[in-house]
Design a protein around this ligand. Structure first.
Ligand SMILES: [Zn+2]
Length: 77
């Protein structure tokens, strides 16, 4: 099952959700595991980004121009 990266617009948390493509296409509301908000959206990451995840970029949600919503250390505002 593929994993998708999501970002929470409420608290700025970034998390990964494993779900089927069908479930993703059905537009099911994804709950933030940190604050419980459903104000989340899919974050697109270029291939290979997950491999360098240990590098801890300043704003991991700000890949491809999508703003993370502003969390600690965010430099995309
Ligand atoms: Zn959240």
């Amino acid at each position: 099952m593929p994993a998708y990266d999501f970002g929470c617009s409420q608290c700025g948390n970034g998390f990964e959700v494993k779900m089927s493509i069908a479930a993703k296409e059905s537009d099911t509301a994804i709950e933030c595991p940190q604050c419980g908000s459903v104000n989340t959206r899919h974050v697109y990451r270029p291939a290979g980004f997950i491999m360098s995840r240990n590098a801890e970029p300043a704003c991991p949600q700000n890949v491809g121009g999508a703003c993370c919503g502003g969390h600690a250390g965010c430099e995309c505002h």
